[in-house]
Design a protein around this ligand. Structure first.
Ligand code: FAD
Length: 346
């Protein structure tokens, strides 16, 4: 295990905010996970599992505990035939590298999730998704260290309670309990057919695309995303800063009556794009306390020059208050905050 002391959370997270973590322990094999836990227990310190920090916000007070950095790498083909590909990827792999690996083998199911920053181990935690695909549709199982029972376990998909950005890994009493060190995905090799997700289909129509191989879909998605979303290497952000608003059928009717676009599922429940709400409040492109509401995707908050969490809190409040006043919806933050409870209790 590699152990570092007093590492700024700003260096570990793509939003580039936050004071120091007391210790950062990098784990490179599953066996090092319980060692890292023991290291924290011996010092009476809290722990926090971290991948790429692309969905994590650091606070000014830092984290008086042990950040366990998942650097467990490797991708293994479990089974491959004409119709399917089953992959086992270690949790510290870069998610986009796994997508590329699958596309190179002509397998589909994650190509539309190209370029989502972060690690494979974090992908099931909030059930990442983009352009009509999500992890829930392809995951078979996750191997994890259960920090409560202190044992290695394997969770089947049915045990993960995968919903829209909420799962057993990030909600309720099991939030933070399982440290995922490997994920198994089952992908298909069948030919992809239109129609694709709306903005992707628009691109296909505009460019007259006829090659729907997973690799070409990956290329198109990457191009669309590069136009709209900030590259974490160049601009600090945590991607979508707010979750979309989910409404029941009556709520969907009420929203539509107010002229708000709603995407309905088969049961009539609706999803409202929070970016649309923010834009309708006139905030798109606005500078707020060192942050910029992205010109291209109003759901993304770019850290242009803010140095403190306090500035983020002010920017967030401005947006939440504006949307609440105009539409009555209370926007919920998507990225998690490291050590929130620990700091609040201390
Ligand atoms: C520019 C940009 C674009 C984005 N676009 C999308 C998008 O299209 N769709 C989408 O869904 N998300 C998107 N995100 C959010 C982010 O990429 C995902 O949430 C990603 O899964 C985060 O991975 P990570 O390794 O960086 O997680 P981290 O930020 O390190 O961790 C996130 C959470 O998962 C937990 N965690 C991390 N690793 C593990 C593990 N191995 N076991 C158990 N718990 C773990 C952490 O404790 C934390 O609670 C975007 C982010 C950015 C910056």
């Amino acid at each position: 295990m590699e152990i570092r002391e007093n590492v700024p959370l700003a260096e570990l997270t793509t939003m580039r905010l936050g004071g120091a973590a007391r210790y950062v322990v990098s784990v490179r094999t599953p066996e090092e996970i319980p060692e890292a836990l023991k290291f924290a227990q011996e010092r009476g310190l809290a722990t926090w599992m971290m991948g790429g920090g692309a969905n994590t916000i650091g606070r000014d007070s830092g984290f008086n505990g042990v950040v366990v950095l998942n650097e467990i790498r490797g991708i293994e083909i479990l089974r491959e035939d004409e119709e399917s590909l089953e992959l086992r990827s270690m949790g510290g792999e870069v998610w986009d590298d796994l997508v590329e690996f699958a596309c190179e083998r002509g397998a589909s199911g994650i190509e539309a999730m190209s370029m989502i920053p972060g690690t494979v181990g974090a992908a099931p935690v909030q059930n990442i998704g983009a352009y009509g695909q999500d992890v829930a549709a392809v995951i078979v199982s996750a191997e994890a260290y259960d920090t409560r029972e202190e044992e290695f376990i394997k969770l089947a998909k049915e045990e993960m309670r995968l919903g829209y950005r909420t799962t057993r890994f990030n909600t309720g009493e099991d939030a933070g309990r399982f440290w995922i060190y490997a994920v198994t995905l089952r992908l298909k090799k069948t030919q992809l057919e239109p129609p694709f997700y709306n903005s992707l289909q628009r691109y296909i129509d505009e460019h007259g695309v006829t090659d729907f191989s997973p690799m070409n879909v990956r290329k198109m998605v990457s191009e669309i995303r590069s136009e709209k979303l900030p590259d974490p290497k160049e601009k600090a952000s945590a991607g979508s800063f707010f979750k979309n608003v989910m409404v029941d059928p009556a709520g969907a009717d009420a929203a539509e009556a107010k002229g708000i676009p709603v995407w309905r599922d088969a049961e009539g429940r609706g999803k409202i794009n929070s970016g649309w709400l923010i834009e309708a409040c006139g905030l798109k492109g606005k500078e707020l306390f060192g942050f910029r509401v992205s010109e291209k995707a109003a759901l993304v908050l770019i850290n242009e020059k803010a140095k403190t969490y306090a500035e983020l809190a002010q920017a967030r409040k401005t947006i939440v208050d504006a949307v609440k006043a105009k539409f009555g919806f209370v926007l919920e933050q998507e990225p998690v905050e490291i050590g929130k409870e620990e700091n609040e209790n201390s």
